[in-house]
Design a protein around this ligand. Structure first.
Ligand code: PGA
Length: 252
């Protein structure tokens, strides 16, 4: 059975003190996690070790980085390598968030390189895809997302694709308070699973967790997560409050 996942994406938020408070609250939160229902907390780089320490006793809650570079090491001032992440035992990394694509010009090809190097170092990518509003309005979202998947993931082996978590995040729903309806989410998730099945086969496609992201809140998570192809969420704003994020975890 594929895993259900509630993933937090703190983005570029929190001072050290705020990060510590939020992690303390998360570590004492009453959440139902198991081997099949996990939570992943993607914190800014400076707080990775703190997050690992604070959440060490929390079973099935993992720490993630929000990005990585395509190279192993070297003269790339300001970048973070997967080699560093691996040396800190960070099990997941978000790759290709729409904010990285938009503000830092990350292309499908570059993201394929990031996916490759993450897998090489045994770090599971949380690969983001999703369309902008114009594309949704032109009703071309299915082919757009399909191309993102093909360009960045279709070169992988069956064994490799099974390590990837996919997050569908329509850009028009991110941080806007405008959530996709559960039907819109289900339609796209089903499309993504079909595209994966065509390439990798049904059995593999059925094992891959596909998360929805874009204004997931405590009060809409149950409805979204009840859709058959929605295996959880990638949550920005609502993950900055431990109480609200706990509701989302418990909606899995
Ligand atoms: P949001 O962000 O929940 O604040 O809309 C989601 C994301 O960008 O991962």
């Amino acid at each position: 059975m594929r895993k259900k996942i509630a993933a937090a994406n703190w983005k570029m938020n929190c001072t050290m003190q705020q990060a510590e408070d939020l992690l303390n609250n998360l570590s004492s939160a009453n959440v139902n996690l198991s081997n099949d229902k996990i939570s992943i907390i993607a914190v800014p780089f400076p707080y990775l070790l703190l997050a690992k320490q604070k959440l060490a006793s929390k079973q099935n809650m993992f720490v993630a980085a929000q990005n990585c570079y395509t190279k192993r090491s070297g003269a790339f001032t300001g970048e973070i390598s997967v080699e560093m992440l691996q040396s800190m035992n960070i099990p997941f990394v978000i790759i290709g968030h729409s904010e990285r694509r938009e503000y830092f010009n990350e292309t499908n090809t570059m993201l394929a390189d990031k996916v490759n190097i993450a897998l090489e170092y045994n770090i599971q990518p949380i690969f983001c895809c999703g369309e902008a509003l114009e594309i949704r309005e032109a009703a071309t979202q299915n082919s757009f997302v399909e191309k993102q998947l093909k360009d960045s993931l279709f070169h992988l082996s069956n064994e490799q694709i099974l390590k990837v978590v996919i997050a569908y995040e329509p850009i028009w729903a991110i941080g806007t308070g405008k959530t996709a309806t559960s039907q819109q989410a289900q339609e796209m998730h089903q499309h993504i699973r079909n595209v994966l099945a065509e390439k990798f086969g049904n059995d593999i496609a059925n094992e891959i967790s596909i998360l929805y992201g874009g204004s997931v809140k405590g009060n809409n998570a149950v409805e979204l997560f009840s859709q058959p192809d929605v295996d959880g969420g990638l949550v920005g704003g609502a993950s900055l409050n431990a109480e609200e994020f706990s509701l989302i975890i418990n909606a899995l």
